[in-house]
Design a protein around this ligand. Structure first.
Ligand code: DP6
Length: 332
C-alpha cells in the first residue's frame, strides 16, 4: 500500500470590495454577479487532511471539537468531489482551525473551503492548477474561490450550467498598500447565513433583478479604481455595492436585515473621518460588522476612531495577504 499523505493548507479570509450576492445556478453554486476581493493577511484557516482506508466515514474536527452535522455534510460534499477526481474510495479525517474569531464577521467559509480544497487535493495526490482549485472551492462557497489567490482577486459571474467558473488574480498583494480595519460589533454568529440570505433575496426581493443588473457596472468602477490605485474612485463604488445588495436583502419578505445600531454608527464615523480629510470607505457583509478600507498610513487613526464608537467591541487591522499554501508529509 502507498504511504498515506497528510496535507496541511493555509488560506486567508477575504473581503469583497465589489459584492457577490445571488446565484445563477444553485446546484453548481455559480455567482450571478461578478465580485472583486482583497485577501487578508493574518486571518488564516489552517486545515490538515488525510485519507485512510481505516476510517468508516469522513471526520471533521473544527477548532479542536467534532463539527456539527451540517458542517460535516458540507465538507463531505467537497471531499466526495475530490475522491471522484482522484478515483479514491477512502474517507478523510479533516482538522481545521481558524486563527481568528469565527464570529468576527470575517467570512470563515471563504478561508475554510479554500484551505479544505487545497489540503484535500494534495492529500489525495492531486496537483490541480490554481484555476481548477478555485473552481473546486467555488462549489462549496463562492467567496472561497477568491481566497485561493493572494492580493486583489476577481470572481466573474457565470451562467447556469457553467461549472468551470473560477476566480482570477488581478493584482498581487504588494500592488497597493491598503488596509482593512474591521470594527467587530458582536461575538455571536450571524442570524441568517449568506447562502440562505441570498437565496431568500432571489426568491422574494422585488429589487433582486435590478441588483443583478447593476452589479457589473458597480464592479467595473471598483476595478477601475483598483487599476488607478485611486481610493476616491474605488471607495464610493465599494460603498454602493454594499448598500445596493443590502437594500436588495432588506426588501425581501420577510426582511433580511444585517444592520445593528452600531453598524450605522460606524458608517457615520467613517463619513465624519472623510469630512475631516481622511480617505476611508466602509463595507459590510452578512453581519453587523463594518469593514473600512483606507491607506496603510491612515490605518492607526481609523482603527482608533472606529474602536471608540460605542458598541464596537474591538478592531482588527489587516494588510493584503497571500494565496493558499500547502505542506505535504508522508504519514504511514
Ligand atoms: C456578503 O461565499 O458565503 O460576504 O457561495 O453560498 O457559500 P456561498 O456564499 P458566500 O457569500 C459571501 C457573501 C458576502 C459578499 C462577498 O463576500 O462577496
Amino acid at each position: 500500500m502507498k504511504p498515506a499523505l497528510r496535507a496541511t493548507a493555509r488560506a486567508c479570509a477575504n473581503i469583497a470590495l465589489a459584492k457577490y450576492w445571488g446565484k445563477a445556478d444553485v446546484e453548481r453554486n455559480v455567482p450571478a454577479v461578478p465580485s472583486i476581493s482583497l485577501t487578508l493577511d493574518g486571518l488564516v484557516t489552517e486545515t490538515c487532511v488525510y485519507f485512510s482506508e481505516s476510517l468508516d466515514q469522513d471526520e471533521l474536527i473544527l477548532g479542536g471539537a467534532p463539527a456539527p452535522d451540517p458542517a460535516l455534510r458540507r465538507a463531505s460534499q467537497m471531499l466526495e468531489r475530490v475522491r471522484r477526481i482522484a478515483r479514491l474510495r477512502a474517507f478523510a479525517r479533516v482538522e481545521s482551525r481558524n486563527g481568528f474569531p469565527t464570529a468576527s464577521g470575517l467570512a470563515s467559509s471563504a478561508s475554510g473551503f479554500a484551505a479544505l480544497a487545497a489540503a484535500s487535493c494534495a492529500a489525495a495526490g492531486l496537483t490541480l492548477e490554481l484555476r481548477k482549485l478555485s473552481a473546486l472551492a467555488r462549489w462549496s462557497s463562492a467567496s472561497a474561490a477568491r481566497s485561493i489567490y493572494g492580493g486583489f482577486v476577481e470572481l466573474p459571474r457565470g451562467r447556469a450550467g457553467d461549472d468551470r467558473v473560477a476566480a482570477k488574480p488581478l493584482f498581487d498583494r504588494d500592488y497597493w498598500d491598503v488596509r482593512i480595519v474591521v470594527a467587530v460589533a458582536t461575538e455571536s454568529p450571524k442570524a441568517v447565513g449568506s447562502t440562505d440570505g441570498m437565496e431568500h433575496s432571489r426568491k422574494t426581493s422585488p429589487f433582486y433583478d435590478s441588483w443583478v443588473a447593476s452589479a457589473p457596472k458597480i464592479a467595473a468602477r471598483v476595478r477601475a479604481g483598483l487599476r488607478e490605485r485611486d481610493l476616491e474612485l474605488l471607495g464610493p463604488a465599494m460603498e454602493q455595492s454594499t448598500l445596493a445588495f443590502h437594500a436588495c436583502a432588506m426588501a425581501s419578505a420577510p426582511a433580511t436585515l444585517y444592520f445593528a445600531p452600531v453598524t450605522l454608527a460606524v458608517f457615520e464615523r467613517v463619513r465624519a473621518l472623510r469630512a475631516g480629510g481622511t480617505s476611508v470607505y466602509a463595507t459590510m457583509d452578512a453581519g453587523p460588522h463594518v469593514k473600512a478600507l483606507c491607506l496603510a498610513k491612515d490605518a492607526p487613526d481609523v482603527a482608533l476612531a472606529l474602536g471608540a464608537v460605542p458598541g464596537v467591541l474591538r478592531t482588527i487591522v489587516a494588510a493584503p495577504g497571500p494565496g493558499v499554501t500547502v505542506d505535504l508529509e508522508r504519514s504511514g
